[in-house]
Design a protein around this ligand. Sequence first.
Ligand code: FUC
Length: 768
Amino acid sequence: MTLPTCMVEPIQRQKSALWYNQPAKEWMTEALPIGNGYMGAMFFGGVEKEQIQFTDGSLWSGGPGSSPDYNFGIREGAWKNLSEIRKLISNGQLKEADRLASKELTGKIASGQFGAQQTMGDLFISVEDSGVPANYKRELDLNKGEGSVSYEIGGSKYKRTYFGDYPAKVMVYNFTGSRKTSYSILFQSPHKMNSENFADGIYSFQGEVKDNGMEFECCLKFDSDGKVEFANGKIVITDAKNITIYQVAATDYTMEYPDYKGADYIAENKNALDRLKGKSYEEVRKEHLNDYKGLFSRVELILGDTHRDSVPTDRRLKEYADGTIDPDLEELYFQYSRYLMISASREGTMPLNLQGKWNNSTNPPWTCDYHMNINEEMLYWPAEVTNLGECHLPLFTYMESLVEPGKNSAKEFFNANGWIVNTMNNPFGYTSPGWGFPWGFFPGGAAWLCQHAWEHYDFNRDKTFLQETAYPLMKEAALFWMDYMVEDKAGYLVSCPSYSPEHGGISGGATMDHEIVWDLMNNCVQACEVLGVDNKFKQKAMAVRDKILPPRIGSWGQLQEWKEDVDDSTNTHRHVSHLFALYPGKQITVEHTPELSEAAKVSLKGRGDGGTGWSLAWKVNFWARLKDGDHAYKLFRRLLRPVVNQRTDMVNGGGSYSNLLCAHPPFQLDGNMGGCAGVAEMLLQSHDGYVELLPALPGNWKEGEIKGLVARGGFVVEIKWQNNQLVSAKISSHKGGNCPIKYKDKNVNITLHPGEELKLDNQLKTSL
Ligand code: FUC
C-alpha cells in the first residue's frame, strides 16, 4: 500500500519529552506509557523497586469461551417488534415505544459474557543498590519513542531505557549502572498460572483467563554481564552492571468469527525470541529507532519556543492552567498523541481500545472496549491528517471481522441486509445493541466506522485499498440503511427507531443517524465513480442520500438534534452528536451551508465549553471547522487542565493527568487523539473540496511552522506563518493531481505531478 510518507526535511528542533523528577505513585495519572503496537506497558520509575505493568491488546475475558450460551448478544427474532415500535413512535406514544424497545431491541447477554480487556501482569524489579538518589529523572522521549529513568547513588550512575520494538514484537527494558549491583525480578499476574519455567536465561509464564480459558504466554529473556538465576519464584541477577530484559507475549485469540481462538501463541513467542538470537541490545534498539522515527518524524510542529524544557511536565501543566503561555507544551501534547498512536496501533495488532493498549485492571472502566458512538472513531481522527495512515489499518481489519456477526445482528434485530455494530463491541463479534437501551442502541456505528475506510482512501488515493477493503465494508453498511430507514409523512427517509447517542429519548429520527448515513451514501457514490462499478447501486445510494431528512434549524436557531424541534437550550450534555455533519462529517461547512453552520454554532454555544475529556476534544474540532481558532484554542487549553480525579465523572471533569493522558475522568485515550486532530484542524483543512491553509489559527499562535500534515488527495503540506499571517507553504504530492488551495480570501489551483513539490508565497503565488 502506498502512503504519503516522510516528505519533509527535518527541522532542527529541540527535544520533545515528558519528564519528572520523581517516580510515579499512581498508575493512571503518573506512570508513563510505552508500547510495541501489540503490547502496552506503563513504568513507574521507582529507584529501589521498579514496577512495569503490561498487557497484550488481545487478552480479554468473556466471549464464546465464557459460556456455551454466548450468542453475540443476539435476541433472535427481535425484529418482529419493529413495526409495533415504529407505530407507537409515529403515534407519539414514546414512553410505550421506549418500554418495548428496551425489552426487545437490546442485546441479550448474561453477566460476564461480554468480557473485558485484561491486564496481563506486572514486573517488579528490586535493585540492591538503593538509597536517596541524586539527579533523578523519569522521562519519555517522543523523538526516540523511549522511556528512561536516570539517577545517581553514592557516585554510581544508573540509567534505564525502555521501549517497544514493533518489528521484533518485543518490549525491551535495559538497566545499566556504573558499578555492579543485584537485581531481583518478580513476575506477577492476576491470572491462573498453568506453568512457569526457567531455562537458558528465559523465564516463561503460561496462564489463562479464568472465565473463558483464553491461554497466554509471557516470556522474559535476560541478557546480562551478571549471573542470572531463578530461585524462590524470582529471577535473581547478581554482580551486574548491565541487564536487558526482552519481553514477548501472545494469546491464543484469533480475530475469526465464531470461535476467536486457535492462534499458536507459543510458536509466536518462540519465533520472536529466536529472531533476537545473536542481536545486541544496540541492534534491537536501532531497529526500533528506525521503525519509530520513520513514522514519528514525518510531522514537525513549532508553535514558538518558550524555553520551558527545564520545567518538569507536571509543574508545567499546572502553570499552564494558571495562564502561562507555553506553546511548547501544546506541541508536546500534539506529538504525544502521535507517539501513543505509533506505540499502540500498528498493522497486525488489535485496534486501539478506550485506553489504547494501557490497562492495569481485570475490570477496567467500560470494559476497555471498542465504543462506537464517538470514542473508537475519535481514537483514529488524527491518523490520516498527521501522516500516520498505516496506524489506521488495525481498525479496518477489525471492521472486516465484524461484518459477519454484524450481518447476523442486522437480520435478527431489524430483518435487514448489511452489517451493523452498536455502541459496545468486544473482540468476540458482539455487534448487537447494548443491554441497556439508552446507551446501547446505536446501529449507526458501522456506517460511522466506514467513514474511516473512505477517508483512508481519500487521503492516500490507494485504489486497491478502496476496492478490496473500503468499498465492500461501505457497501454492506449502506445496504443496511437502505433497508432500515422508513419514509416519514413528508416523504423523507428517517431512522426509526433511533437514539441520539446517550441523550434524549427514543425518536423517529435522530439527526446524527441521518448525517452519518448521508455521509456513507455520499462516499459510496464517490467510491462507485472512482472504481467504475455498481452503477445501479450508485444510483440507489444517490437517491437515498437525497431523500434523507436534511439537518433542520429549530426555534431558537439551533441545529435540531432530532426530527422534532425539542432541543433544550439549557442542556449541556457531553454528547454533541447532531453536529457530526460539521465534524467529522462534511455535510455542513461554513462556505457551502452557511445557515446550517450558523445553527451548528448556536447549538454548540448552547452545549457550553465544559465536558468530559473527549467532549472537550470534539469541541476543539467543531470550533476549528467553524473557523473560530480562538474558541478552538480555548477548548484546547481546557483539555490540558490538570486533573487528579480517577473516579468517573460524566459531566464536567475533563482534562489531563500529569502524564498527559486524557482524563474523562477516568483515563480515556480518545481525548488525547481528538485534541491532536483538533490542532491539525486549526492549521489545515481539506474536507470541502480544497486545501485551506491556517483556517482557524488562534491569535495566541502568532508564529509557527508545521511540516508533514496530509490533505485529502495525498498532498503533504508545510506551512510557515508570522504575525498570524501566512509566510509561505509547500505542497508535495505522491500521486499527483489537481489541488485547489485557499488562504483567507485568496485561492489558487495547482496541479502537481507525482513526486512534485510546489512552493507558495504569502499571496499564494507559486514557484517550483
Ligand atoms: C460513551 C460516553 C461516555 C464514555 C464512554 C466510554 O458512552 O458517553 O462518556 O466516554 O463512551
